[in-house]
Design a protein around this ligand. Structure first.
Ligand SMILES: [Zn+2]
Ligand SMILES: [Zn+2]
Length: 256
């Protein structure tokens, strides 16, 4: 994989800053001046799609002394707001730990304060960053099975069911089309078998999920549990779903 210059250093700097922020919150709420907050040795993969994206997480669990008269929720809120975080207290109801969510830029911090105010859990996450060039940029185009032209990469993005304001994500498969004969399909990994997809016409070509017209393509039909199915993907919103297209042909045996 080809490294993106400077990306890892930037993510490491973000992680050290986040560690400082998490530490100051925990120190403020617990009074533990000697607290050391560890960082993972390396960032973890947060999104598996290309380009792979990485982030650091910081996690601290600590006892609080539950001093009467001191409200740790207000203390935490004040501290975070002063440091420039946007703070939301998600739950502040009896019997349930209070959950304080904070964000600044792409940084996230979540605090759980137990009902008895005797335990604190803080989780922080850095922005999510690509550290390597996406593999797709260096892909060798396969040949069209029909007309032998080099296929062109087709970007199919998932635009639905993304959480936290996430950008659209490329689907896992590698999608290709032929500028010569119009062939369209995908492969699971570089160099593997190409699977042809056909464009669906009429009503079934319209995406049920995003409403886009004539954006659905379907693969080969297979048989499962006495039914014929195929796999439909919307090229616009990237939603894929298996669909029932009819009963499997009777193999001649009568039931029972
Ligand atoms: Zn072709
Ligand atoms: Zn769609």
């Amino acid at each position: 994989m080809t490294k993106i210059p400077g990306a890892r250093e930037e993510l490491d700097r973000a992680a050290r800053w986040l560690r400082g922020q998490v530490r100051s919150v925990v120190v403020e709420l617990t009074g533990d001046q000697d607290l050391e907050v560890a960082l993972p040795e390396a960032p973890a993969i947060t999104y598996w799609e290309e380009p792979l994206r990485f982030s650091y997480s910081v996690h601290v669990q600590h006892a609080m002394n539950g001093e009467p008269g001191v409200d740790p929720v207000q203390g935490a809120r004040f501290l975070l707001v002063s440091a420039g975080w946007d703070v939301t207290v998600l739950r502040d109801v009896p019997e349930v730990p209070t959950n304080i969510e904070a964000r600044t830029g792409e940084f996230r911090m979540s605090l759980l304060i137990s009902q008895a105010r005797d335990s604190l859990t803080v989780t922080g996450r850095t922005p999510v960053m690509a550290l390597y060039e996406p593999r797709g940029l260096h892909l060798v185009s396969p040949e069209c099975a029909r007309c032998r032209r080099k296929l062109t990469a087709l970007q199919v993005l998932r635009r639905r069911s993304l959480w936290g304001g996430q950008e659209p994500q490329p689907r896992r498969e590698l999608w290709w089309e032929c500028s010569g004969c119009g062939w369209l399909g995908y492969q699971h990994h570089e160099g593997e078998r190409l699977h042809a997809m056909r464009r669906l016409k009429g009503r079934e070509g319209n995406c049920f999920f995003c409403g886009e017209d004539q954006s659905n393509v379907a693969g080969e039909i297979w048989e499962q549990d006495g039914e014929l199915r195929d796999w439909v993907v919307c090229l616009d919103c990237g939603t894929g779903n298996a669909r029932r297209v009819g009963r499997a042909p009777d193999d001649g045996r009568s039931p029972g």
